[in-house]
Design a protein around this ligand. Structure first.
Ligand code: 5GP
Ligand code: MG
Ligand code: MG
Length: 185
């Protein structure tokens, strides 16, 4: 274990098992969608999750990225996120699965859902690996027959690993954990 980590909340094996379960649920839910669904991952935090997820979804699909910034380098959201990297793929009339590392206040997802809707996505699902309900300030609205998939409910900690950073570090840890207090500055 990395010496900066105080405790591990989910191990690599627990993550892998849960990603497989999410992928099979999504695969069965989307098996009747006419055009390949578009998995839109929120950079940078969702990069490992989307890579694992799409390799376990047994359907033709498209992958793209968006970026939305509100956090800066701290542990508290600054609110009002803006889209800072836009899609390459045209999502008009397509089913989109927005793939996030973690939902906290809900501001990022609300902003991105509005953005994808304005680009004409016909339905929008959200697949978030972690959900921190204690932090919720706005409830995001799914579009069309979109669904909400989540890996685990996260206790009210600032977590790192499996793509998630603190000051851009720790993303490469294969598990999810909490830093020792002296490493949050
Ligand atoms: P929201 O807009 O829902 O408040 O926050 C969403 C974004 O904030 C996430 O995509 C993630 O990048 C960041 N975030 C929220 N909670 C955590 C956390 O516990 N750890 C890390 N590393 N990032 C978080
Ligand atoms: Mg994120
Ligand atoms: Mg971050």
């Amino acid at each position: 274990m990395d010496s900066h980590i105080e405790k591990v909340l989910w191990t690599q094996d627990q993550i892998s098992l849960r990603v497989s379960e999410l992928a099979s649920k999504i695969t069965s839910d989307l098996s009747a969608v006419a055009q390949p669904p578009v998995f839109v991952a929120v950079a940078t935090g969702a990069f490992l999750f989307v890579a694992d997820l799409v390799r376990k979804v047994g359907l033709p699909l498209v992958v793209d990225f968006v970026r939305s910034d509100s956090y800066g380098s701290g542990t508290v959201s600054s609110g009002a996120p803006a889209v800072s990297l836009d899609l390459k793929v045209d999502v008009r009339g397509r089913h989109v699965i927005l793939v996030e590392d973690i939902v906290d206040t809900g501001n990022t997802l609300s902003c991105l859902i509005g953005h994808l809707k304005s680009k004409g996505a016909s339905s929008i699902s959200v697949c978030a690996f972690l959900d921190k309900p204690a932090g919720r300030k706005v409830q995001f609205q799914l579009v069309g027959d979109g669904k909400f998939y989540r890996g685990f409910e996260c206790p009210d900690y600032f977590v790192v690993g499996y793509g998630m950073d603190y000051a851009e570090l720790y993303r490469s840890l294969p598990y999810i954990g909490v830093l020792k207090p002296e490493h949050y500055t």
